[in-house]
Design a protein around this ligand. Structure first.
Ligand SMILES: Cc1cc2nc3c(=O)[nH]c(=O)nc-3n(C[C@H](O)[C@H](O)[C@H](O)COP(=O)(O)O)c2cc1C
Length: 223
């Protein structure tokens, strides 16, 4: 592919990526056949790996791993299990909270955590804040790579803050170490029969896009 064609293709994926929230019914969650689950899980697994070459400034070096992010893929049955357990894991779950409905419909939920440096590791608070800012920025670059790859794979996605999933009881249930901070739960929608009838919503800011001139400027020379 020429540079021009590659550029246009990537720009097209960036334009096509959009938030799609799919709401299922907790009392009647979406079921997946083994065949469908395997097919689409494998696409998600490929996207998780292909997103890996995101930039990062500081090697985090936990357990010999440089990347400042960690990824936990919850496949559909784990999502349904979590939806069912959320009320007991999170007693402050509000009745209108949509997370159980979303976990009842998604094909997978991919949790991306970033790894803040602790005061034991970097005693100087200003230096620690500066470093953590960059760890978080790097993990965000990973997420955007991942979202674009999901788009290219024909899968729906939704970056949810899902703060409830950052609570100690949920982390403990999912085997996630306390020091990790949830950056997002990427809810992945699989193209499945029967899900097209489910309620869907887009991202509230999707159309609030300004031309590049509104948020960028150029300097040719310093005067
Ligand atoms: C860091 C981050 C956290 C987000 N968390 C939520 C969320 O908790 N709930 C939600 O409805 N959308 C969430 N979104 C998705 C945004 O609403 C969505 O990206 C925005 O409306 C633009 O729509 P688009 O993704 O379709 O372009 C989040 C996006 C980002 C970048």
């Amino acid at each position: 592919m020429s540079n021009e064609a590659g550029f246009e293709q990537l720009a097209a994926w960036i334009r096509q990526r959009k938030t799609t929230k799919v709401f299922g019914m907790t009392e009647q969650p979406v079921q997946l056949s083994q065949e469908m689950a395997q097919l689409h899980d494998s696409a998600v697994r490929r996207a998780i790996a292909a997103a890996g070459p995101a930039p990062f400034h500081f090697a985090r070096n936990i357990e010999g791993i440089a990347e400042p992010w960690r990824v936990t893929a919850l496949w559909w049955e784990a999502c349904r299990g979590l939806a069912a357990e959320l009320p007991s894991l999170c007693p402050d779950l509000k009745p209108g909270n949509k997370l159980p409905a979303i976990l009842s419909a998604c094909g997978a939920s991919v949790l991306v955590h970033w790894l803040p440096a602790t005061a034991d590791e970097i005693a100087d608070a200003a230096k620690r804040e500066e470093t953590n800012f960059e760890h978080l920025a790097a993990a965000s670059a990973y997420v955007q790579n991942f979202l674009l790859l999901l788009t290219a794979a024909g899968l729906e996605s939704y970056w949810a803050s899902a703060n409830l999933l950052d609570s100690p009881p949920v982390k403990s249930r999912l085997g996630i170490p306390a020091g990790r901070k949830l950056l997002g739960a990427i809810m992945v929608g699989y193209p499945l029969e029967g899900t097209s009838a489910l309620e869907r919503a887009g991202g509230g800011n999707h159309t609030k896009r300004s031309p590049a001139e509104a948020w960028s400027r150029e300097l040719s020379q310093l005067r």
